[in-house]
Design a binder for this molecule. Structure first.
Ligand code: TYD
Length: 139
């Protein structure tokens, strides 16, 4: 599970004179069935969110409004994406550390998730995350 397995995915856009709608269907435009949707908003300036990795969870993160940065880290390499448009999302595979920063005051970060919430799915300690990757010989 490397950062190269994470990618920006375009969201299908349907446009007519009334405006745009974005469409995402589980296991079609994204590689997982959607079991949960959550979103962060009213994020105070200067705040970082994330700071964890997931054992099994797959996610698609979309800036429904405003903008923010997502740094992803597989233990070997890091990459930062800026999300600022509702017509694309960042797919994050399992076993990727992430940090979300630079939220604009109006930012809404919507997350489509493959699993129900499960605290046991989290690595909240970076060192433990690296050790688990090493122990499992995850590339
Ligand atoms: P967390 O995943 O750490 O938020 P973020 O990655 O956006 O910084 O979750 C913050 C808190 O909310 C934590 O106590 C767990 C809880 N939570 C739920 O109860 N259900 C959920 O679906 C999510 C995403 C979080």
């Amino acid at each position: 599970m490397r950062i190269s397995n994470c990618k920006m995915i375009p969201v299908q856009k349907i446009t007519d004179p009334r405006g745009d709608i974005g469409v995402i269907e589980g296991e079609r435009q994204i590689p997982f069935a959607i079991n949960r949707i959550y979103y962060s908003y009213n994020t105070p300036q200067g705040i970082a969110r994330g700071g964890h990795a997931h054992k099994k969870l797959q996610q698609l993160m979309i800036a429904m409004a405003g903008s923010f940065d997502i740094m992803i880290d597989d233990g070997n390499a890091q990459k930062t994406y800026t999300l600022s448009q509702p017509c694309q999302g960042l797919y994050i595979c399992p076993m990727i550390w992430r940090e979300l920063t630079n939220f604009s005051p109006d930012a809404i970060c919507m997350v489509l998730a493959s699993e129900y919430y499960d605290e046991d799915d989290y690595f909240r300690d970076y060192k433990q995350f690296l050790e688990a990757k090493k122990a499992l010989a995850i590339p």
